[in-house]
Design a protein around this ligand. Sequence first.
Ligand SMILES: *Cc1c(COP(=O)(O)O)cnc(C)c1O
Length: 349
Amino acid sequence: MSTGRLTIDLDALAANWRALDAMSGAQVQTAAVVKADAYGLGVGKAARALAAAGARRFFVAVAEEGWAVREALGPGPEIGVFSGHMAGDTDMIHDLHLVPMLNSIEQLTRHIEALPGHPFGIQLDTGMNRLGMEPAEWAAVRDVVLAQAPRLLMSHLACADEPEHEMNRQQLAAFHEMTDETGVPRSLSATGGILLGPDYHFDLTRPGIGLYGGLPFEAAQPVVELDLPVIQIRDLVAGESVGYGNTFVAERATRVATVSGGYADGLSRHLSNHGVLFHADTPCPILGRVSMDLIGVDVTHLDETPKTLTMIGPHQGVDDLAEAAGTIGYEILTQLGTRYARRYARGRS
Ligand SMILES: *Cc1c(COP(=O)(O)O)cnc(C)c1O
């Protein structure tokens, strides 16, 4: 086997859902956000594991993503669509029984005309200026909407991963102003908002990243492990270089392991001469540039010749790797490539 091995722990995923569910009161429902192929981990397997853990409501970003979720889950669970009801989505929304979160008067009109009586939610913009109806727009259609019994009124926090950020309280106040006394179920919080406490929970929470083991859910169980096979070992003398552009030049005798994996597998070029992999507990620095399919790693200090080196594991989680690559855990997960041999595990092995 010459591709990297990506291990996805479905029990850890389920445990993270249960832990986030337990953070809000019994009357608060906890959904599961499975957009972008369940943050890169495989939406069919992830959605089934989450449903088995107790999740009954799921969210995707666009209607096209609803197909795989519906196929995995069967007819029962509700699947919400954040991008709402776009032109061309009507058949998918109807046939897959998706619940669009309508973002504008245009989408509202399209939905009511094309699929009268089909369930929908409304997304409100409380200040992020990304998706949703703004206060004036909402005021104009609020009575019409409420007469149609929407399934959900939702909004999204811009700064929930910074608990002290004043934007959180501003958005909370705006959400109350737009939704109090509507009698409709409400949702404001993703992972970060759940951690802000009960004022932010309303009737339904929508965690994504925390399920998959990422920050800001610090207590998350790790879900992903990534091991890369060593294809070849090179012994360099002082003055020899490694990889494209000769950006690493050995100052002394150096043993280099060339591992299978590169930027085509979601391992950023920003890790060049900068990141580390692990051999058991021992860090092994990346030497030279990360190329498309290969990475050079310093194994001079190891007692044995490694067969694999670990990129994501007990000593370097998704967010540690993200920091080394100058990004966030969300991007590391969603960029994990299609070449890895994926193994879905139950429990730590
Ligand atoms: C992605 C997303 C979520 C989940 O966010 P996490 O930070 O991953 O928990 C929830 N709601 C909306 C609207 C989203 O776009």
